[in-house]
Ligand binder design. Structure first.
Ligand code: GLA
Length: 390
């Protein structure tokens, strides 16, 4: 992978100078979905798959980009004097966004670079290829331009800022945080209201994390994502008229039930209910994992999917087909959609010796129902970004 990337780097940008290789992981969220912009908890982990980038500083202000995943665009060139969003520039808006976000926070890059990358996470499919590229760029800026005061929590925040303010997707902090702060074999229990976090060992007692890809691209997802966010904000404002809270994540299930009639629209009641219950489920799930109660952890994953399907309405027929097929299989601890939803991926925990049968049966049922194939990957939990070779 890296060898091939180095060859494309040299082919596109020539040899010589100081060339560095970086890696940033992708992430999967085990539970706590659509809670991160509601001041709730999330429980994601970084993966050993992610984005590799090879980079060399330049003496002028040019920025040149090449991605093996977007070979059709060839080398795209821009400059530090043109840090504005341009739709036609496609994927390079993400690294541009991060350079811009660093500048906005007082860390200005004054010399450009040549950059070639390749992602081992397919884009647009729910394992956060965009956040991976953002955090990768942050790590490059910190290491190559000497912005050592920017620690990895700040790098996550600047990357989120880049996505919110430059790309225009109103995402929460989960993806960037999970990627920037990843730790091998651990998930991150993050309180998104305070950014306090703990690492929890993921001990699955002979089971593995299996990602299921619907192969349905998100399409309308981004506008729907912003719509859900807006619905939660409106529900919160209605509750705030009678109760002094800052976020839906502050409420217990009982408190929510007692106050929910303040929300004047039945759809918004369901959206807010998901935000509150999903947060509480996440707290319970982390406790269950600590107590080695994998059965309860799995049940909570399943309940999370049901809530995302029925109350939050972000699953869609493809994710439901995968997850509902998964639930029926032997050796399945739990299964749910992961990430924003509207297509993309689901995550399941499956006993290792049952994985082959699982893939075969779920794959068959999915294809019969949906008309095309799903993909399955067994993934490992990895660490945060690194610069690992000169
Ligand atoms: C996307 C966003 C995250 C989070 C999830 C849903 O991945 O980028 O911030 O909101 O959706 O949990």
């Amino acid at each position: 992978m890296q060898q091939q990337l180095m060859e494309s780097f040299v082919a596109n940008f020539g040899e010589g100078g100081e060339i560095y290789t970086f890696f940033a992981p992708g992430r999967v969220n085990l539970i706590g979905e659509h809670t991160d912009y509601n001041g709730g908890h999330v429980f994601p982990c970084a993966l050993t798959i992610g984005t590799y980038g090879i980079v060399r500083k330049r003496k002028d202000r040019k920025l040149r980009f090449y991605s093996q995943n977007f070979d059709k665009f060839g080398v795209m060139e821009t400059s530090l004097d043109d840090l504005v969003y341009r739709k036609e520039e496609n994927w390079i808006n993400y690294p541009k966004a991060v350079i811009w976000a660093f500048k906005e926070h007082g860390y200005e890059v004054t010399e450009g670079f040549d950059f070639a990358c390749v992602g081992t996470i397919p884009n647009g499919s729910g394992l956060s290829s965009s956040a991976s590229l953002e955090v990768l760029t942050s790590k490059i800026l910190i290491d190559l331009y000497g912005f050592q005061e920017v620690d990895m929590v700040k790098a996550a925040l600047y990357s989120q800022y880049a996505e919110n303010k430059f790309v225009g997707v109103n995402c929460g902090i989960m993806d960037q945080f999970a990627i920037a702060m990843g730790k091998k074999d651990h998930a991150i229990y993050l309180d998104t209201a305070t950014l306090e976090y703990q690492y929890a060992p993921v001990e699955l007692d002979g089971a593995k994390i299996v990602i299921m890809n619907t192969n349905k691209k998100r399409g309308l997802g981004e506008s729907k994502y912003n719509e859900r966010r807006q619905e939660c904000e409106t529900a919160l404002a209605e509750i705030q008229k009678v109760k002094d809270i800052k976020a839906l994540g502050e409420l217990t299930e009982e408190e929510f039930e007692a106050i929910k009639e303040e929300i004047k629209d039945p759809i918004r009641v369901r959206r807010a209910k998901h935000a509150v219950y999903e947060n509480q489920r996440t707290v319970k799930a982390v406790e269950a994992l600590k107590n080695h109660d994998l059965t309860l952890f799995g049940q909570l994953m399943n309940e999370s999917h049901i809530s995302l399907r029925d109350d939050y309405e972000v699953t869609g027929k493809e994710l439901d087909a995968l997850v509902e097929a998964a639930w029926k299989q032997e050796g399945v601890v739990g299964a749910r959609m992961t990430g924003a939803g509207f297509g993309g991926r689901a995550v399941s925990i499956v006993k290792a010796d049952q994985i082959d049968a699982f893939v075969k049966n779920v794959g068959k049922e999915y294809e019969e129902k949906i008309g095309y194939q799903a993909d399955f990957y067994v993934v490992e939990i990895g660490s945060g970004p690194v610069c690992f070779a000169k």
